[in-house]
Design a protein around this ligand. Structure first.
Ligand SMILES: C[S@@+](CC[C@H](N)C(=O)[O-])C[C@H]1O[C@@H](n2cnc3c(N)ncnc32)[C@H](O)[C@@H]1O
Length: 297
């Protein structure tokens, strides 16, 4: 299989045969996260339904014994905290995956993008005013049954050998990973996308796939997983609903080819592609106007 970018809804991945992917590295939309996908879903149940449908497709296209790594976090929308980590974990287990790990991804203090909720207790230094700043997410690891280690030829094992010096130095073995997040001001490419830093797919792809295998991201966003997969000598398939991200994904993937060569990539724009960012921006503007009107009334 060649590299593929498919613009369309990953609740249906009809382009992919059964068991054709060897690893999934992804970060789904965080329900109606105020900064990223405000108003994308009509309700939390609709969000969970989408998660269920995508995870069922992931189960179908993932080879036996292989790994899914999902970067998720609970999210606060209009003052209500939604238990996304717990609910997504439950869905994976219900669909027959084995729950392997929850690796907390710790972001540096001071780089947090969301509001500093702890300010509340500074303003009111009394009991019952404490809310916490959020500077972590969860990297959830699931496995699709048992892996047959003997199926992998020794030559391929050697080609995909993990650099133990890097593994020890960067402390990949710890049950939490300290990695700096993508800074909003840093990169035009990730504007309006909750992109994760390249270091996350870099570690996961090295730890859970062999050279030449296919890495799938059903929520490609700006294309971080795809870029890193190609740079590490793997093939990639990415689904993204938003047509407005296609140029970004193409540009990111183009950076990944060895020696400046453009990696071979097939692009499909399906009928169900949406101009999502424009639509979501309109949602925010509508909400703000409503909010302003309520404030003036
Ligand atoms: C958290 S972002 C992924 C960011 C990505 N990891 C990166 O580094 O750029 C989630 C993405 O999923 C996309 N998305 C939401 N629903 C989708 C669906 N049903 N099918 C495919 N993509 C979807 C959103 O447009 C968004 O770009």
């Amino acid at each position: 299989m060649t590299n593929r970018i498919i613009i369309g809804d990953s609740q249906k991945m009809a382009e992919l045969p059964d068991k054709s992917a060897h690893l999934v590295v992804s970060s789904p939309p965080y329900f109606n996260a105020p900064f990223d996908t405000p108003g994308l879903f009509d309700s939390y149940d609709a969000f969970l339904k989408t998660m269920r449908n995508v995870i069922a497709e992931v189960k179908r296209v993932l080879d036996d014994g292989r790994i899914v790594a999902y970067v998720v976090d609970d999210i606060i929308v209009d003052g209500v905290k939604f238990p996304i980590v717990a609910d997504v974990t439950r869905i994976f287990i219900e669909q027959g995956f084995k729950y392997r790990e929850r690796i907390p991804w710790l972001k540096p203090e001071g780089y947090i993008r969301i509001s500093r909720r702890s300010g509340s207790v500074v303003k009111h230094p009394f009991p019952m005013y404490c809310y916490f700043d959020n500077c972590s997410e969860s990297i959830l690891i699931f496995q699709n049954g048992s892996f047959n280690y003997r199926k992998i030829p020794q030559e391929l094992r050697d080609l995909s050998r993990i650099d133990l010096e890097e593994f020890q130095r960067e402390k990949w073995y710890l049950g939490f990973w300290k990695i700096t997040n993508v800074l909003p001001s840093n990169n035009e490419m990730e504007k309006g996308v909750a992109a994760f830093p390249e270091e996350i797919p870099y570690r996961l792809i090295k730890l859970y796939s062999y050279k030449g295998e296919t890495v799938l991201d059903p929520f490609a966003g700006s294309g971080t997983t795809l870029k890193v997969a190609i740079a590490l000598g793997r093939k990639c398939v990415g689904y993204e609903l938003d047509l407005e991200l296609l140029e970004t994904i193409k540009a990111k993937v183009a950076q990944a080819g060895p020696d400046g060569t453009r990696p071979d990539t097939e692009i499909t724009v399906r009928d169900d592609a949406r101009k999502l960012r424009t639509q979501l921006l309109e949602n925010v503007e509508r909400r703000m106007t409503k909010h302003d009107r309520a404030g003036k009334a």
